[in-house]
Design a protein. Sequence first.
Length: 278
Amino acid sequence: MTDPLLTELLDLALEAARRAGALLRDGRPDDLAVAKTKTSPIDVVTEMDIAAEKLITGFLADHRPQDGFLGEEGASSPGTSGVRWVIDPLDGTVNYLYGLPTWAVSIAAERDGETVVGVVEAPMRGETYRAVLGGGAYADGGARADGGARADERRLAVRPSPPLDQALLGTGFGYVQARRAHQADVARQVIPRVRDIRRGGSAAIDLCDVAAGRLDAYYERGLNPWDLAAGALIAREAGALTGGRPGEPESGELALAAPPGLFEPLQVILEELGAWHD
């Protein structure tokens, strides 16, 4: 990576994600409660979501005051530098609320509207995933193949495309009742055609799991830019295709990540099943 700006953005994203991850891991109160709700009574925000976003935006603004922000918990400013940070301070809030380990900090940097840096920090896995546009995707930490506590830096690569009936998929469900019911019906029709389906609860981690070869593919309806930005770049840089409905990029209608050869048949099936609507 030779672009000094991308080096700077990556370094800042890594440090901001590390600090926010440590705050969330070490600062979680025993009596953690819901601070507010969003799309429905079960779509929750905790005080730690808000604190983590304040930490990230404050850190980044101190170093790059002219940049813009788009954050899940309300950070929104256009900036004047051409760089915008897209932030999910706590992806997997319900998991976090219940003490489940599958949650992450997701930070992406856009330059002139294109995602150029992505970092996903998964503190309870001890892993950090990162990618720079055109530079590949990497992970640090986690368990070694021999059972040791931590692995060195490794380059990520998607699994070779399996036959559809041998594919392990990840997905997720929204928090609005009508949408959840339709998503469950789509999953009911998909599952007989594949090896199995997993529901982890963090879109950012699911996308990184595609990049790391832990899932063959991932799809979901109803994601927001902060859910997707970092993880989708990491998946692409690891060799995945990402998109939405045929001919369209990933979006709130539909997000799909899979290796070539699996992406296309899954996209056809999801289109036929109407996975993109409620």
